[in-house]
Design a binder for this molecule. Structure first.
Ligand SMILES: Cc1ncc(COP(=O)(O)O)c(C=O)c1O
Length: 468
């Protein structure tokens, strides 16, 4: 993409005013007003409705990183002034994350790359002797590490009551002293909120603990880990307006300090002899190697800014937009929403759907190439859940897996997901709905190259600068 040809257009404030959405001052986003080229030669302001995948940087977060850069030095390892400043900024970010998620004072806040790393790290610490209760509705990051430990995920529940009763039954059948229930706060596929406080109480009554995958919850709702009984929590900076490569695993120290760390190396040790290693306590013990200070500082800045703004303020604005999105999508002919719990499902601003007669990948490609609207299509790293929501027989996926393993290109079933966040305007949602309406009625206006296996659809020809 020839970035030089992207132009900044009308400012965020004007759109905000026009749509009547009062995003609080200070939440401006980097690149929010960039234009993108369309296949018909026009250029339009990019509408980013793929926030569940990743988020742009808040300008204030970028500024915090730029401010530290001249003083960037070695955290925890140098005596120079820059090292002192950098160490303070790093540790300050740790405290900002702690405040943002309402962690207990003695919880460890470990900086990691992402939620994926946090899940794998916790699984490493929890160990194979644990009983882990997990549902098939999870993102692969919160599914595969537990399967590796021997967990047999519970089927996707189709109501909140079913979710509670299946977890209760699994907890009652536990065999190990160490019990962990792993649950997402919000489904990354449908945006539905999970009753995690109730699940924490179930785990605690049985002497177990709750791990909350907050990757999709933390950007949209206030989290108070201590008050809601969350023992461990993971989040990703890049989904929280701080895309600088850091995330966090937060939680009770004892399990995190058992055994050797997942990554062994410098910074994690107090002493190494020819035969022995004395590991530090968490978090250092789990942060071997030179840390991603700038990522951590970005994450801390985002946490502070969102806390100061008030997550409840954001939630109220986003709920109004989510309701508008629901109404608009209900008016698109042939559009079928996917949902775990049906109509009763409370959800954040995420909508997952199929458009009758059109491949999910074609819909996403046409939204981008013809309308400048960015969404995601496919299975959203949650194959078991999407299979269930689409009503595909398990055997079909097993057969596809076997063909894939044999080297065949296989097109998987899938859906389209639109997701909103800070800066989304009513106009953005109207553009999505109008584009979907047009696609539903007349199909794509351009021609597209069919996907190679599970790859993307591509405009053919693609005259957009840098794309052809
Ligand atoms: C619910 C959920 N958990 C975990 C992840 C993995 O996050 P990351 O890609 O930042 O590691 C995602 C990413 O989409 C997610 O939505």
């Amino acid at each position: 993409m020839d970035l030089a040809r992207s132009r900044r257009v009308e400012c965020w404030d004007e759109r905000r005013r026009a749509g009547g959405v009062a995003w609080p001052a200070g939440l401006e986003l980097v690149g929010d007003d960039v234009e993108v080229p369309l296949v018909d030669g026009r250029a339009v302001r990019a509408v980013d409705l793929d926030r569940a995948a990743t988020t742009p940087s808040l300008e204030a977060v970028r500024d915090a990183v730029v401010e530290l850069l001249p003083y960037y030095g070695s955290a925890h390892r140098g005596a120079g002034y820059k090292s002192v400043v950098t160490t303070r900024a790093f540790e300050g970010a740790r405290e900002a994350v702690r405040r943002f998620v309402g962690a207990r004072p003695d919880d460890a806040v470990v900086f990691v790359r992402s939620t994926t790393e946090a899940c794998n790290l916790l699984a490493h610490c929890v160990g194979e002797d644990a009983d882990v209760v997990v549902l098939e509705l999870e993102h692969h990051a919160n599914l595969l590490p537990w399967r590796r430990l021997g967990a047999r995920p519970l089927p996707v529940p189709r109501s909140r009551d079913e979710l509670i009763s299946s977890i209760e039954a699994a907890v009652a059948a536990r065999r190990s002293e160490r019990l962990l229930v792993a649950l997402t706060g919000v489904s990354n596929v449908t945006g539905e909120l999970m009753p995690y406080e109730e699940v924490a109480a179930i785990a605690h009554r049985a002497g177990g603990r709750l791990f909350l995958d907050a990757a999709q919850l933390a950007p949209h709702r206030a989290v108070d880990a201590g008050a809601s009984g969350v023992d461990y929590l993971a989040l990703s900076g890049h989904k929280l307006y701080a895309p600088f490569g850091a995330g966090a695993l937060v939680g009770r120290r004892d399990w995190l300090e058992a055994g050797a760390p997942m990554l062994e190396g410098g910074g994690a040790v107090s002493l190494v002899t020819s035969d022995l290693v004395v590991w530090k306590q968490a978090p250092e013990r789990l942060e071997s190697g030179t840390p991603n200070v700038l990522g951590a500082v970005a994450l801390g800045a985002a946490c502070d800014l969102l806390s100061a703004t008030g997550m409840d303020v954001l939630a109220t604005i986003e709920q109004a937009l989510a309701d508008q999105l629901d109404r608009l999508l209900a008016g698109v002919p042939g559009l079928r929403r996917l949902s775990i719990f049906g109509e009763a499902g409370q959800h954040v601003g995420v909508a997952c759907f199929e458009l009758q007669g059109l491949d999910h990948g074609l819909v996403a490609a046409a939204l981008s190439a013809e309308h400048g609207v960015g969404v995601r299509s496919g299975c959203f790293c949650a194959h078991p859940l999407v299979r269930e929501l689409l009503g595909v027989a398990p055997g079909e996926m097993e057969a596809a897996a076997r063909r894939m393993a044999g080297g065949a290109g296989v097109r998987l079933p899938g859906a389209v997901r639109a997701s909103l966040g800070i800066g989304t305007s009513p106009e953005d949602l109207a553009r999505l709905a109008a584009a979907l309406g047009e696609l539903a009625e007349r199909g794509p206006r351009w021609t597209y190259r069919g996907p190679d296996g599970d790859g993307p659809f591509e405009p053919d020809p693609d005259p957009r600068p840098g794309a052809g």
